[in-house]
Design a protein around this ligand. Structure first.
Ligand code: ZN
Length: 165
């Protein structure tokens, strides 16, 4: 597979083939770690400095839901519920975009992307689900400030502490 350079939300660049496999291999040594289990990895979105934007990915290199084992399927829904609850209770996130995109070079992952007030600019980002790409691109290009990066790390830490309980 082709290796590509991927810049993370703190500005660090790494060469990788599949981001899910990179997370699996890196374990707890990743920026914005939220939780790890034997089957899954959950972390702040790699590229976008949006606080509370969380990714859940299985450790195995699979593409779709139908490849889940029964064990993965059971744990997956339990984790989805826990993570969403943590976003709501710890960070006050009322609305998210829950996205699973198979047309990607990386392995299976779902986005829990918060819908923040600043994204509700229809002229700038488009309406509702169509704002997801433009808003994340905007964050990548304009929000990598020391203040926002720190805020993103704190949000991940808060989710991590909540989910440890
Ligand atoms: Zn992979």
């Amino acid at each position: 597979m082709l290796k590509r350079i991927a810049e993370d939300f703190t500005g660090v660049k790494r060469e990788m083939e599949c981001m899910g496999c990179w997370y699996n291999e890196s374990g707890e040594d990743v920026p914005g770690l939220v939780l790890t289990t034997e089957l899954f990895h959950c972390h702040q979105d790699y590229a976008n400095p949006i606080p509370g934007f969380v990714i859940l990915t299985p450790r195995r290199h699979i593409k779709s839901f139908d490849e889940f084992t029964d064990e993965e399927a059971t744990e997956f829904i339990a984790l989805v519920r826990k993570i969403r609850k943590a976003q709501r209770e710890v960070l006050g996130i009322e609305t998210i975009y829950f996205v699973q995109e198979e047309s990607t070079k990386h392995h299976f992952h779902v986005w829990f992307m918060p819908c923040y007030e600043w994204m509700n600019d229809v002229e700038k980002f488009g309406d509702r689900i169509s704002s997801v790409r433009p808003a994340s691109r905007y964050a990548r290009e304009n929000m990598k400030t020391p203040e926002i990066i720190a805020e993103v790390k704190v949000a991940a830490e808060k989710l991590r502490n909540f989910l440890k309980k």
